[in-house]
Write a protein that binds this ligand. Sequence first.
Ligand code: EPU
Length: 426
Amino acid sequence: MNKIIINGGHELEGTIKIGGDKNSVVALIPAAILSDEEVTIANVPEISDIDALEEILEYLNAYVERNEDIIKINSKSIVNKEIPESIATKFRASYYFMGALLSKYKKVEIYFPGGCNIGSRPIDQHIKGFKALGATVIEEGNKYTITADKLIGTKITIDMPDKGATTSVGATINIMLAAVKAEGETIIENAAKEPQIVNVATFLNNMGAKIIGAGTSTIKIKGVTKLGSSFNEVIPDRIEAGTYMILASLIGKNVKIENIIPEHNEALINKLKEMGVNIELGRDYAIIKKCDNLKPVNIKTLVYPGFVTDLQQIMTAMLTQANGISIVEETIYENRFQNVKYLNDMGSNIIIEDDKPYCGKLYIHGKTPLKGCEVKATDLRGGASVVVAGLIAEGTTTITNIEHILRGYDKIIQKLTSIGAKITIE
Ligand code: EPU
């Protein structure tokens, strides 16, 4: 089994170019099959979730050509058949084939998706949306058979009264995919506003869809009968950008993080500034120098534009280096503190408090020196948090279960090595 080995404590200097957004591209690729012609997606990151998507496309007999960061997809020859559990559970975004195949073929047979084990992650709002559009959904164990004679536009309100999250990114995109060729108009109320929703809507509109309002809480979709060829670029990955911003704030001599959209990271940038970090922002870059006297701050994860849950675990690693007590509240996922055990093994002093109705709170007592040891990547961002901890720790950190990290971080070893990190895969 592969491991990441880090020799920590080395200052970082140089430029890192951010890749395409994982959580956009994993929706853009299923969306591509809605077209009757070839579509091209550029700025595709090198992550293993893309390999899993490619496997589904090839299994369905679509034509896929991947060349560096460009992917071309032609779905003319698709054979719509059951997507087996062994493929669907490899990653979370396999659920976007529900909306895309339902939209195009009025039938989809697929299993409950996989993805990081960070909470219960139901898909009731996706299913509610498909049913509202006129589909019949049969659930047998983990298998979903979704069929429709026709799909008819309607008003769908995403509504999760029992959850900390007030809306769902996945349900918003999946309903958009299902509604794009439905008869008449679909209105999604309380839609998620994350940047990836805008990226997907722009891509569909370039193919001929009629979607307005993406990025606001009301999205209106006028159904069209045909979608054509399109070229689209994946937006920069704001979580990858945020991860390197945090790292540079801790051990960056002068690190330039380029190909970013600073507005997408506004909540993080404000917190870093509050902690005392020196950040120079340009149109599409940030230059960051480490701060040796970090102030503690409190974080609460929220839907966009609030502080994103996907940076919570990485920020927690950073807060172990602030002078004082920081509090982190996770409101989106109930199981996103698994990294804490490993940070504490490295020397941090973090106490977990289960504080329902929120998913939980952390009290981080800083500043504590960290020492390298053997740790586990419990999930994608938990993995990134121990990479950051390992890079600032004294001595050697060995990370196991690194497949989680490779699912979502574009060329992570090459990028970190290029700015002076001592990190290898063994
Ligand atoms: N939820 C429901 N019912 C639903 C859908 C969601 O209760 O039908 C709940 C979830 O259980 C969760 C919350 O609502 O508590 C938010 O879920 P959401 O649907 O917004 O998340 P997702 O679409 O499954 C995507 C990203 C996640 C990211 C979240 C929130 C992908 C493939 N995943 O997940 O990314 O955390 O949005 O921004 O796009 C990651 O990159 O590390 C990651 C986990």
